[in-house]
Design a protein around this ligand. Structure first.
Ligand code: GDP
Length: 428
């Protein structure tokens, strides 16, 4: 938006250039052409003639108008799911491959972490035994029980039995995973309507793959016409998918987007925040989500222990290792890096290796406990032994030592109130 810098008032001329840039950003993010055009026209109308306050550059003001409009378009505030009823029943709908089963698991895991919720997953895909097995794998992974019965071939009966099972066993939330098809088809729609009528869910969620662009919009419309669902889940918003589907779907079905899926792991779920998605679509990255996720995964007690150690200059390689494990828990490297501003584009087509940490771990595991807690012991002889033991080179060991020292230094700085400074650095 450099074209606007330095002007005192927003005029037709400087707006034209900027709205062109905005429209390009929207199209890049896979927003439907008509919607993008309408959107930029609205922005133009709102912007022209506005006097720019002394504290704001015209470009900043326009960015703000764009962001506010975009946020509004996607639904304003974040909305939760309806968890009333005992048990609360959540019905999942969507095409095969959209990420329904994965998301059912993520949602169960998410609710379970709220402590007061004790979810049950119900497998209602009577056509594909593999789908039932998949839900069991997911359930085992997150420690949530799964109700299924391969003998029963009627999905309505299964759904009802699932809800009854939940009641008997003290589950206050039931998540019903249903059968999808590769394309919208009448039988699937009838079946899921029948399930809905039988179990009266408080919440019907429609799951859709954000990478499918325009198809996502058409599918959403077809499902909404039949089910009148309550909310949308956008999956596969990792890496370089910019999320324009969010705007298109919202414009067409006018239902809130409630959650996004950002990876294959069970932790890769986020509550949908329209303002953050607006930032992401405009290419500003999703720093707030990233920071929040880091906070969620961060074990506070461990953090306190580490802080103490830093204060006493006793931060060692074992601590470094546990930090790496914390980072790994947050999701795959690709998901994380994708959330950084500007990274999406830069990393397009690049393969980020989740094993990037493997060498580091191998080197640390080759150190003796003494060396780990007191890295200054590492002289040339010891380094040679460690390199040989870990199947790496002396250069790699030195490189790690350098990183370790930098990290220790940075952590010291953050202790001294430098945390804020770091955040500012990240945002600039
Ligand atoms: P279903 O047929 O709708 O139940 O879809 P699945 O849950 O089986 O998901 C289909 C594929 O998409 C699987 O390989 C999942 O691991 C993958 N998947 C699901 N959600 C996400 C996501 O948010 N990001 C990525 N990258 N992959 C996902």
């Amino acid at each position: 938006m450099h074209v606007l810098r330095g002007h005192g008032q927003i005029t037709e001329i400087n707006v034209a250039e900027t709205t062109k840039e905005i429209r390009r950003a929207l199209l890049d993010a896979d927003v439907n052409f008509k919607i993008a055009k309408e959107f930029t026209n609205t922005v133009k109308e709102k912007a022209i003639g506005q006097n720019v306050l002394t504290t704001l550059q015209p470009g900043q003001l326009l960015t703000k108008i764009v962001k506010d409009e975009l946020t509004q378009l996607m639904g304003g505030e974040a909305e939760g799911v309806d968890l009333q009823g005992s048990p609360a029943v959540i019905l999942m709908s969507g095409l095969q491959g959209s990420g329904k089963t994965t998301f059912s698991g993520k949602l169960a895991n998410f609710l379970k972490s709220k402590k007061t919720k004790n979810p049950l997953l119900v497998a209602c895909d009577v056509y594909r035994p593999a789908a039932i097995d998949q839900l069991h794998v997911v359930g085992d992974q997150i420690g949530v029980p799964v109700f299924s019965d391969k003998e029963v071939k009627d999905p309505v009966q299964l759904a009802k039995a699932g809800v009854a099972h939940a009641k008997q066993n003290g589950h206050n939330v039931v998540i019903i995973d249903t059968a999808g098809r590769l394309a919208v088809d009448e039988q699937m729609m009838t079946e899921i309507s029948n399930i809905r009528d039988a179990v009266s869910p408080g919440e019907i969620l429609f799951v859709v793959d954000a990478m499918t662009g325009q198809d996502a919009v058409n599918t959403a419309k077809a499902f909404n016409d039949v089910l009148d669902f309550d909310g949308v889940v956008l999956t596969k918003l990792d890496g370089d998918t910019r999320g324009g589907a969010a705007i298109s779907i919202k414009s067409v079905v006018d239902k809130p987007i409630k959650f996004i899926g950002t990876g294959e792991k069970m932790e890769a779920i986020d509550v949908f925040h329209p303002s953050r998605m607006a930032d992401r679509i405009l290419g500003m990255g999703d720093v707030v989500s990233l920071v929040e996720r880091a906070q969620e995964q961060f074990d506070e007690e461990q953090a306190r222990k580490i802080q103490k150690k830093i204060a006493k200059n006793r931060f060692g390689f074992d601590d470094f290792l546990s930090q790496i494990h914390q980072i790994k828990k947050m999701g795959s490297m690709k998901d994380l890096v994708g959330m950084l501003p500007g990274a999406g584009k830069a990393l397009k087509g690049m393969d980020i290796d989740d094993d990037a940490f493997k060498h580091i771990e191998a080197i640390i595991y080759s150190m003796t406990p003494d060396e780990r807690s007191n890295p200054s012991l590492l002289d040339a002889r010891r380094k040679r032994r460690i390199a040989a033991g870990s199947g790496t080179s002396i250069q790699e060991v030195n490189q790690l030592l350098k990183q370790f020292n930098q990290m220790s230094k940075m952590m010291k700085m953050m202790q001294g109130g430098g945390g804020k400074k770091m955040m500012q650095m990240m945002q600039n």
